[in-house]
Design a protein around this ligand. Structure first.
Ligand code: ADP
Ligand code: GN1
Ligand code: MG
Length: 362
């Protein structure tokens, strides 16, 4: 189904005037829908879920419905504005919470949170601190949500050891004969096989608690108010699953503490910014409202490195597999992304002591 036709199936106010691709997500097809009403235009977000990445879209949507309903009630209890601080699904004209087409595609719509931006780089430490607070707060708000009720949308999503095994398989198969062009990156990953199970082991041994986590806390998954630069709403709830706070902290650092975009081809521009790290850690711990344990805190610097390594390894694996997972704009795109992540990992290895000091200060 075309996006425009899908848009017409939802209970939007007014008449659908325009449906255009929107945002920089790597997974779903996202559109901004503009509708005309007597009072003026109103916008919505319309998304077609990625059926390759999410085989069980009904399970995913069950999670999203439960989580958004829960969060809206929490925000209301705090005296906040649920319309702005939480995603709300717009029902279809048939009265469903989302649309399933005859060919099995799933489309969903939410309110467009106006006067906000999604950033690809954190150019302002105070904005980034507040993004950290919002991600920490997201977990704190869900502390009363039953983790066992959630469907595991992507099993072992942040199991870095299993991600390593997938990398090895892709390398052995080398279906596109691309391994030769990524020799340095393959060596970088291979040299770090040991240590991949740090976080999964800590969870399995009960050293750190299982919590309901977001699992995809990159900076452009939190909408920032254009005027105040405050984080308004955490979005992209597809991967909300049981996990550890360290996944969310680590992935937020990965995405936001770089001095350049995730796909910056010039590595000279890519560096790890310690002051951004300290800001994010401070905001995140504040958002978590004192519930981070001593062991979790001790693992925060290592988690940042691990999540960055894992993401780079996933980009490299996808490059070797022929770009079947992440959206790419050109053939080397995933390799370029992997390189920025590995540059950040190398810097974090050098800065481990400084990062621990920054967490202590935060
Ligand atoms: P993906 O899973 O593909 O990353 P997202 O749900 O993150 O999809 O959406 C992609 C982008 O669309 C976001 O980074 C953001 O820029 C924009 N976006 C998503 N939802 C909203 C919303 N409710 N209001 C405004 N912008 C949004
Ligand atoms: C994807 O969906 P998006 O673009 O916000 C990916 C994350 C990666 C990220 C890297 C479901 O996030 O895990 O860290 O790209 N999401 C999924 O930019 O795989
Ligand atoms: Mg996203």
């Amino acid at each position: 189904m075309k996006a425009f036709d899908a848009a017409e199936k939802f209970c939007f106010e007014g008449r659908v005037r325009d449906v255009s691709p929107y945002g920089n997500g790597h997974i779903n097809d996202t559109y901004a829908v503009v509708c005309d009403r007597a009072e003026g235009r109103v916008r919505y977000i319309l998304q077609r879920l990625n059926s390759n990445v999410f085989p069980n879209r009904a399970g995913l949507m069950r999670n999203m419905i439960a989580v958004t309903d829960f969060l809206r009630a929490e925000v209301a209890k705090e005296g906040g504005d649920p319309e702005r601080e939480c995603l709300a699904l717009i029902p279809t004209k048939a009265g469903e919470r989302y649309l399933t087409t005859e060919d099995g595609e799933v489309w969903r719509a939410t309110q467009f949170i106006e006067n906000t931006d999604a950033y690809l780089v954190a150019d302002d430490p105070e904005m980034f601190r507040d993004a950290g607070r919002a991600f920490g707060k997201f977990i704190a708000r869900l502390s009363g949500f039953d983790a066992s009720s959630l469907f595991e949308v992507i099993p072992d999503f942040h199991n870095t050891a299993k991600r390593y095994a997938a990398f090895e398989r892709a390398l052995a198969e080398d279906v596109c004969a691309r391994a030769a062009s990524a020799a340095a990156e393959i060596d970088f990953v291979s040299a770090r096989k040991e240590g991949c199970s740090l976080l999964v082991d800590a969870l399995a041994k009960g050293e750190i608690p299982v919590r309901v986590t977001h699992n995809d806390t990159k900076l452009n998954n939190v909408l920032i108010d254009v005027d105040t630069k405050r984080a308004v709403c955490v979005i992209d709830l597809d991967t909300v699953m049981p996990g550890t706070v360290l996944y969310d902290f680590g992935d937020g650092v990965r995405a936001g503490c770089s001095t350049a975009k995730e796909d910056e081809p010039d590595l000279a521009k890519v560096d790890f910014d310690l002051s951004l790290f300290e800001a994010f850690a401070g905001g995140f711990l504040k958002g978590m409202e004192g519930s981070v344990t001593a062991r979790e805190r001790a693992l925060m610097p290592a988690a940042a490195r691990m999540m960055t390594f894992e993401c780079g390894m996933r980009f490299l694996t996808d490059y070797l597999s022929g770009d079947t997972y992440f959206k790419t704009a050109y053939p080397e795109h995933n390799l370029v992304r992997a390189r920025t992540q590995f540059k950040l990992v190398a810097r974090m290895e050098e800065l481990e002591g400084e990062m621990a000091t920054a967490v202590a200060k935060a």
